[in-house]
Design a protein around this ligand. Sequence first.
Ligand SMILES: Nc1ncnc2c1ncn2[C@@H]1O[C@H](COP(=O)(O)OP(=O)(O)OP(=O)(O)O)[C@@H](O)[C@H]1O
Length: 230
Amino acid sequence: MSSSRAVHAVGVAGAAYAASAAGAASVTPRCRPAVIVGPSGVGKSTLLKRLQAEFGEDFGFSVSHTTRKPRAGEKDGVDYHFANIDAVRAEIKRGSFVEYAEVHGNIYGTSKRAVNDVLDANRVCLLDIDIQGSRICRDVGLEVGRHIFIAPPSLDTLRTRLEGRGTETPESLAKRLGNAKGEIDGATTLSWDAWIVNDDVDVAYGRFRETLMPLVEECRAARAAAAERS
Ligand SMILES: Nc1ncnc2c1ncn2[C@@H]1O[C@H](COP(=O)(O)OP(=O)(O)OP(=O)(O)O)[C@@H](O)[C@H]1O
């Protein structure tokens, strides 16, 4: 899962419907994305991996844009959409990106188009992003089905998990923990469909799954409608 970028939204329980081209009386079920936010090390990837293992094709991830050069073996449109920095800046200004971040002089981000590509395939698009991305998503009017915040039981627990993961230098650990407090404080000022404390992972996964199930049902209905049409 992406480790440092993410999105959010206020959802309405139940299926979402859009008026079809045939007229207001007939409706087409459609998919909506879910935004998953939480400090680094809180367990987002852990929960998302379980979800994918259980549901597989019901979920999808959008392909991010990047302005860095492709590495050997990377395919445009598969690993990333490789793009020119001026073009990406212009699109961001136009409100075409739901989240973005500048990392070491390159921009990484998620376009509305990339999210819609997943939704058009009738999959719930999972956006694993940060609190800033979550704010942008709300500002650009992406119709998010669920905004979910994953919180640690405490900052001490978060430290233990990050240390246990064995991925951090003392500097990166200090930075992630420093950011976590600000992210949690910032999150309390926004609205969430679910605020899940990841203490016992089975309990947290149960709530995570339950929160996302209505979106899965929407996409299944959309797939069934598409199959009927074809
Ligand atoms: N409920 C839990 N109890 C104990 N350990 C957990 C729990 N959830 C996750 N972990 C462990 O905590 C560590 C961090 O989890 P994970 O990598 O999923 O976090 P993340 O939020 O995806 O982090 P990042 O944003 O940096 O990618 C992992 O080693 C994971 O196995």
